[in-house]
Design a binder for this molecule. Structure first.
Ligand SMILES: NC(=O)c1ccc[n+]([C@@H]2O[C@H](COP(=O)([O-])OP(=O)(O)OC[C@H]3O[C@@H](n4cnc5c(N)ncnc54)[C@H](O)[C@@H]3O)[C@@H](O)[C@H]2O)c1
Length: 350
């Protein structure tokens, strides 16, 4: 079978990782790149010796690629993904799926119309601990799941202060939409609780302004652009109901006067899982009359290569996408509800 021809739109930090993932995969041929930055395009094109280079994504979409990875900033996800689907390309779309649920719904509709694959870049799903956790849930080792705790706190971790990450019109929001999206997806994917019904939440912005006062040790996507903006939250906390039987509380921060922390705990009446911690997954349960923590040994995989391989398999019709557009839309609805609840100062229905 001939290899699928793939293009990358947006060759920045994550675009380069997608490029390497396809290069490592023998079922794809990475043939085309697009970036509005000619310097970035040249650097990445030369690095992997890719000759088809475009500064306008619409031109790349007129080429004979079968599939694209959409790796531009959040504000462009909807337009680029919809254009790619209309052009008959399969789409691996980076997270967050879009700026909000309305845009995400437009992508879903375009995918249905085009009958092409959309896979959302929820790369954490490929971590072997998440696959293991899901397997435990499917086998009933947790019993009835009733609560989830989702915590991701960076003491000082605002990315690219003053750049697109901290400018609402370009990012859609702060840590909630940037990193909380991974935790919400992981929580719902593993638990199978895909029907959030009500949210009560608060968001805060305490550290990003004035920018010159922000103290930090390192900055992803830095250095700060002091002539830029910070008009997003740096902390989001709240409570989600999944009907009357299950719930989730969350704490997501780019910056807080709190210790760095990161985990998702899924509590069931027979067992609990603690995952996405700095240590291996643990099954907290009872064994032979005693409380027992089971930490199964497992090796991690290259998550971006696994994600790319699953996307290509879906494009070939061998399996469903590893993270569907419909699931992406549900996550976006939940994010919208968090922001709405915080703005209105009350619990909101989804
Ligand atoms: N899956 C993950 O864990 C993960 C990690 C980092 C980023 N991301 C997501 O990936 C996306 C990109 O993030 P990043 O950190 O790589 O950003 P980045 O700024 O490093 O890269 C974005 C690239 O897009 C290019 N670009 C901008 N407008 C363009 C256009 N109209 N056409 C073509 N190219 C254009 C920019 O020049 C830049 O090179 C974001 O949505 C982000 O949330 C996901």
């Amino acid at each position: 079978m001939s290899k699928l021809k793939v293009g990358i739109i947006g060759t920045g930090a994550i675009g380069a990782i997608h490029m390497d993932a396809y290069k490592a995969c023998n079922k794809a041929e990475l043939v085309a790149l697009c970036d509005i930055s000619e310097a970035q395009l040249a650097a990445q094109g030369n690095r992997l010796n890719i000759s088809q280079r475009f500064t306008d994504y619409r031109e790349l979409l007129r080429s004979d690629v079968d599939a694209v990875s959409v790796c531009v900033g959040n504000a462009l996800h909807r337009n680029v993904a919809v254009a790619a689907l209309k052009a008959g390309k399969h789409v691996l779309l980076e997270k967050p799926m879009a700026m909000n649920a309305k845009e995400a719904a437009e992508i879903v509709a375009a995918g249905v119309k085009a009958r092409k694959v959309i896979q959302i870049g929820m790369v954490n799903r490929q971590r072997s601990q998440i696959q293991l956790a899901r397997n435990y849930v499917e086998k009933g080792l947790l019993g009835k799941i009733y609560h989830i705790r989702a915590v991701l706190i960076r003491r000082r971790g605002i990315p690219g202060l003053g750049g697109w990450f901290t400018t609402k019109a370009m990012s859609g929001g702060g840590p909630l939409i940037d990193i909380g999206v991974h935790w919400f997806d992981a929580a719902m994917y593993v638990s199978g609780l895909w029907k959030p019904t009500r949210v009560s939440a608060m968001t805060y912005a305490k550290f990003g302004t004035p920018m010159k006062n922000y103290r930090y040790v390192s900055m992803w996507a830095g250095p700060p652009k002091f002539n830029g903006k910070f008009d997003v939250e740096d902390y989001a906390t709240g409570f989600v109901r999944f009907g009357k039987d299950a719930s989730m509380d969350f704490d997501i921060a780019w910056a807080a006067n709190a210790e760095d922390a990161g985990f998702v705990e899924i509590l069931g009446d027979k067992g609990g899982i603690r995952m996405l911690d700095s240590k291996p997954l643990t099954l907290l349960t009872e064994h032979n009359g005693h409380m027992a923590d089971i930490a199964p040994k497992h090796t991690e995989v290259n998550v971006f290569q696994t994600q790319a391989a699953k996307f290509l398999a879906a494009c070939r019709g061998e399996c469903p996408p590893a993270a569907t557009a419909q699931e992406g839309l549900t996550v976006m609805k939940l994010l919208d509800a968090v922001y709405a609840s915080s703005k209105l100062g009350k619990e909101v229905d989804l």
